[in-house]
Design a protein around this ligand. Structure first.
Ligand SMILES: Cc1cc2nc3c(=O)[nH]c(=O)nc-3n(C[C@H](O)[C@H](O)[C@H](O)COP(=O)(O)OP(=O)(O)OC[C@H]3O[C@@H](n4cnc5c(N)ncnc54)[C@H](O)[C@@H]3O)c2cc1C
Ligand code: FES
Length: 343
């Protein structure tokens, strides 16, 4: 199906496969259409229909509160073209840069799901073909029988890799959560689309790096740390990581974080309990503080924001609080705050 997009700066046209969402078809064609969550919650992919007809794949999508259907507005990440379309996007849209990791559809096999805590599972996806992605990106996953895609951030980093590593926090009653936690999934196939996401790190950045993760938001930070370690980035620049969890029972990746800790200051922020007396003995390379992760980061980072790029990920309230702090306290500019809301 042919789709014409009129953006503020220029027009694009591309072809969508049968049943393919408008956003994914455009991204697959190398056109950097606007999106954030890519899964129906944020409203960033809003477009206006000038001609043609779309089918809405998820009429209750939370992101629909940002669209006015009476004006022909719809979410590109949830709608499929039923005939040739002409759309208007009220943003500047550019082609992806040369060398960008252009997202594509593929299938992958689930490997080695393993419990990291009482409600977080790690797993790998093995692809038939090698895959490229940038540190900090995510992929969309769709097991059979579950409506829609779910976004999960890669924890590892590599170029031309066959295995991508993920973590998933269990959401009681959630479609993907119940699928992953509710059965033996090793060896099962699922559909994927990616890589996606703009909260990416490249060593050419040349700035100090502040990472703030709420819970499962640590996923993309692990990828950034892996990329930075490969380039020995923190021998030339400062690095700080703040990892917020409720209690020590919810903390994971502490071995991996300890391995990064000689070069990066790692602080685990416990929101719901005092720091246990043995925490420092057990993890001598890590710091532990009581408090919400953005407050802990604010206290520790005061006066250290020169030449800093911040990355934030996790549940939306934690991300919003951290962004507020980075804008108001740290006075970082918006281009130096990259984030993913795990909505
Ligand atoms: C950029 C990004 C990165 C993320 N990375 C991680 C991560 O690394 N680890 C992690 O644990 N979580 C991550 N999340 C959250 C994750 O995508 C899921 O929302 C969460 O795991 C709950 O999924 P669920 O299927 O269990 O819950 P559900 O409540 O079933 O679904 C949650 C999400 O799935 C989509 N969805 C639900 N129903 C439909 C439908 N009928 N049609 C279409 N879409 C539907 C929506 O986006 C909804 O918000 C990320 C989210 C985003 C946006
Ligand atoms: S990108 Fe479509 S709603 Fe978030």
């Amino acid at each position: 199906m042919r789709i014409q997009v009129n953006a503020r700066n220029r027009g694009y046209d591309f072809e969508a496969l049968p049943g393919e969402k408008v956003l994914y078809a455009g991204l697959r064609a190398g056109i950097d259409l606007p999106y954030e969550c890519s899964t129906g919650t944020c409203g960033t992919c809003k477009a206006k229909l000038l001609s043609g007809r779309v089918r809405d794949g998820w009429s209750e999508a939370p992101g629909k509160r940002f669209v006015k259907p009476a004006l022909g507005e719809f979410l590109m990440c949830q709608c499929v073209a039923e005939e040739t379309l002409t759309l208007e996007v009220s943003k500047f849209v550019y082609p992806m840069e040369t060398g960008a990791c252009v997202p594509q559809r593929s299938t992958a096999t689930v490997r080695q799901p393993r419990a990291l805590t009482h409600d977080v599972t790690g797993f790998a996806l093995e692809f038939d073909q090698p895959r490229d992605f940038d540190a900090g990106q995510f992929a969309l996953l769709a097991p059979q029988g579950i409506a829609g895609y779910r976004a999960y951030s890669m924890c590892n980093f590599g170029r031309a890799v066959r295995a991508l590593e993920f973590i998933a926090k269990r959401k009681p009653g959630g479609g993907f959560s119940e699928w992953l936690f509710g059965g033996k999934r090793d060896g099962e196939r699922l559909e994927t689309f990616g890589p996606l996401g703009k909260a990416t790190f490249d060593p050419a950045l040349g700035k100090n790096v502040l990472l703030i993760a709420g819970g499962s938001g640590i996923a993309g930070m692990m990828s950034i740390l892996a990329r930075a370690a490969q380039a020995r980035y923190f021998e030339r620049h400062r690095g700080w990581l703040f990892f917020g969890v409720r209690t020590m029972r919810d903390a994971f990746f502490l071995h991996e974080l300890s391995a990064h800790a000689p070069n990066v200051d790692v602080t685990v922020a416990l929101s719901d309990e005092d720091v246990p007396v043995n925490a420092k003995q057990e993890w001598p390379r890590l710091c532990f503080e009581r408090g919400l992760v953005h407050d802990v980061a604010k206290r520790a980072m005061a006066g250290r924001y020169q030449e800093v790029r911040a990355y934030v990920a996790g549940p939306p309230p934690a991300v919003d609080a951290a962004i507020r702090m980075l804008l108001l306290e740290a006075k970082l500019t918006t281009d130096n705050i990259r984030y993913d809301k795990y909505s």
